[in-house]
Design a protein around this ligand. Structure first.
Ligand code: NAD
Ligand code: FES
Length: 305
């Protein structure tokens, strides 16, 4: 385990930078009421980042380590884009920061990139905030010369994100909403089923979104024998294969999402175990969110300006 972790260490860029030894937020954009885009100045990470990989950030020395899949990068500007949903203690605190503020750590790129080689026709399926991760992967397939269909799904029109960006990197883009308030009505799996039944052939499907969505995408593609990759988001701690926190069962074997993934063959993933493990700290998180007074709003924020 440790050896495996050590094998990826040379790829990491954990040196702190900027005048305050921290990472500057150079752009912030609210994509919808709960989803925020931030561009972070992190040239060493930007230099090596590829679609499908992730970073781990820490807001300050006391902060928890939070993994986020890379939503984009600009090697010339030396920036990495992250898109996150403000759901937990740390993502809410991050969302309270603004352009010009700094965060303490930004480690990456971690994990393996999206596998694009040999894929000529692909369908990328994104659900909700998972679309932020699906976008760079769709772009990577396009850049590698594949024909790219994209299916994106949202609960309703108000939370649709990245529509134009997906159109720009796909041959066909299908937008679904659960309530039919925009695009077509239905889950992403409804459209995927239609496409497969109509005779569409794909070398691979890549699904990124909530766990039930990824599970049902796999159930949809299984009868058609289409290889289906899913991007897993288990609890992570070190992100380098040493703690075992991100273990998932794939094809009966234990894998570490941080170094073996995060993308895996979805037909072999034990989704029930993943769901159960991801719920481990739900009560504790709710408790912390209910009782915590955010340091970033007051004194803490003034200190890192
Ligand atoms: P959501 O619940 O609003 O679902 C988004 C879309 O996914 C829906 O509109 C629907 O089209 C599809 N979907 C959902 N459940 C489905 C089902 N049972 N069958 C078929 N399709 C289904 O998504 P959200 O609230 O934006 O997502 C939040 C969740 O996504 C969080 O749990 C978060 O952890 C997870 N997430 C995962 C990743 C990842 O890397 N896999 C990345 C970001 C977020
Ligand atoms: Fe620790 Fe993967 S082994 S996060």
């Amino acid at each position: 385990m440790t050896l495996y972790g050590l094998s990826v260490l040379p790829q990491l860029f954990i040196l702190k930078r900027t005048d305050q030894n921290m990472y500057k937020i150079v752009r912030k954009k609210e994509l919808n009421a709960s989803v925020t885009l931030m561009e972070i100045e992190a040239p060493f990470v930007a230099k090596k980042a590829q679609a499908g990989q992730f970073i781990i950030f820490r807001i300050d020395e006391m902060g928890e380590r939070v993994p986020l899949t890379i939503a984009g990068y600009d090697r010339e500007k030396g920036t990495v884009t992250i898109i996150f949903q403000k759901v937990g203690f740390s993502t809410i605190a991050l969302g309270n920061l603004n352009e010009g503020d700094y965060i303490r750590d930004f480690v990456g790129p971690l994990g393996k990139p999206t596998h694009t080689e040999g894929v000529k026709r692909v369908c990328v399926v994104g659900g909700g905030v998972g679309c932020a991760i699906a976008l760079p992967s769709a772009a990577a397939f396009k850049e590698a010369g594949a024909e790219v269909d994209v299916i994106v799904g949202f609960r309703n029109k108000d939370i649709v994100i990245l529509e134009d960006e997906f159109k720009a990197v796909s041959d066909n883009m299908y937008l679904m909403t659960d309530d039919g308030s925009y695009g077509e009505q239905g889950f992403v799996t409804v459209k995927l089923q239609q496409l497969l039944e109509s005779g569409k052939e794909y070398d691979a499907v890549l699904a990124i979104g909530p766990i039930p969505m990824m599970k049902f995408v796999c159930k949809t593609t299984e009868p058609f024998g289409v290889k289906t990759m899913v991007s897993l988001n288990p609890i992570m701690i070190d992100g380098t294969g040493m703690c075992g926190g991100c273990r998932v069962t794939v094809g009966g074997e234990t894998k570490f999402a941080c170094v073996d993934g995060p993308e895996f063959d979805g037909h072999k993933v034990d989704f029930a175990e993943l769901m159960s493990r991801n719920g481990t700290y739900r009560d504790r998180e709710a408790e912390v969110n209910a009782t915590h007074t955010c340091r970033m709003d007051a004194m803490g924020k003034a200190l890192i300006k």
